[in-house]
Design a protein around this ligand. Structure first.
Ligand SMILES: *[C@@H]1O[C@H](CO)[C@@H](O)[C@H](O)[C@H]1NC(C)=O
Length: 309
């Protein structure tokens, strides 16, 4: 009886010191959570950091250039309920999910690349919402949905590579790599590339429909197409959810690039640093991309590329 009580007290002590230790570790090593450094761009200097370029062969009949100041200072949010609605008429979208403002000449052409499988209802909501959202942004854009049709584990990074290749062929100078379950709320979150690759989904308040996996990092990245080519895209080797983001960030850093974000905010990232050598980067990525294109269909709201990896 006595011994049992002593053991109990000892256990309590161990538990207590263990907790203290863990709490201290968390407080004394904040860099565990902040190993990645970001360049923060405040609102007033966003316009100076944008990469102005439109797609090869894109023409606009508008006379004056679009002005993005009112987009950046737009404080409104869109209603998330839009995902349940139908698209409002009047937004001229060309087959394949491409659109551009009519009344001014856009300075940006952006390919939105969405890796996808099995979430038809979510995709529908995403498309309606995004086209409505882009209407306020005055950019030229096109939405590419890359669907993995085989039954192997989902390979998000490889699908992004395939989408990037399609966007390059269509002449887009800027890529936005986009998960289908993330929606930007503020029209101020301009879908264009900055001079540095930009992590878009952490600096905005956004909503996920579901959380099928913990992905605080992936989300939405904007990157100049030439930079994506420079780092040889993403690795093709990550089947299933995990690791591809770290690999991607490591590529970005290996080539001397740095990520940026619009306006600072408490960051949520964790995960360990991870490096890949230039040799491996050169061998795995756009340069080694192999897949079977099952079909490409131009839908009214998006370009649908079905692939067997
Ligand atoms: C742009 O137009 C030229 C001439 O018609 C064509 O050769 C080229 O492939 C086009 N580029 C893209 C990206 O479509």
């Amino acid at each position: 009886m006595h011994i049992t009580i002593m053991r109990y007290a000892l256990k309590k002590k161990i538990l207590f010191f263990g907790m203290v230790f863990i709490v201290l570790m968390i407080f004394l090593h904040p860099d565990i959570n902040a190993r990645r450094s970001y360049e923060y761009i405040d609102k007033d200097s966003i316009l100076d950091h944008l990469h102005e370029e439109t797609a090869e062969n894109f023409t606009s009949s508008a006379v004056s250039d679009c002005d993005y100041r009112d987009v950046i200072y737009d404080d409104t949010t869109l209603s998330i309920r839009l995902v349940d609605d139908d698209l409002v008429e009047g937004h001229r979208i060309r087959v394949g999910g491409e659109s551009a403002p009519q009344d001014c000449k856009p300075k940006f052409s952006t390919a939105i690349i969405v890796p996808y499988r099995d979430r038809a209802e979510q995709l529908r909501g995403f498309l309606v919402y995004m086209h409505t959202f882009f209407r306020r942004q005055k950019i030229h854009y096109r939405i590419f949905v890359i669907e993995q049709v085989d039954s192997r584990p989902f390979n998000r990074a490889k699908l992004l590579n395939i989408g990037a290749v399609a966007a390059m062929k269509a002449g887009y100078p800027c890529l936005v790599l986009h998960d289908v379950d993330l929606l930007p709320l503020r029209p101020a979150n301009l879908y264009s590339c900055t001079l540095l690759p930009r992590h878009m989904s952490s600096s905005i308040n956004q909503l996920r429909f579901v959380l099928p996996y913990l992905n605080l990092f992936g989300g939405v990245i904007a990157m100049i197409t030439k930079q994506y080519q420079l780092i040889n895209g993403m690795s093709n080797e990550y089947f299933g959810w995990a690791g591809e983001d770290d690999d991607f960030y490591s590529r970005i850093e290996t080539y001397g690039l740095k990520l940026c974000r619009f306006e600072a905010e408490i960051s949520m990232e964790r995960r360990n640093q991870f490096t890949v050598g230039k040799t491996r980067i050169a061998a795995d990525g756009l340069s080694s991309l192999k897949y079977t294109e099952v079909a490409t269909v131009l839908h009214p709201l998006f370009t649908h590329i079905m692939v067997d990896l």
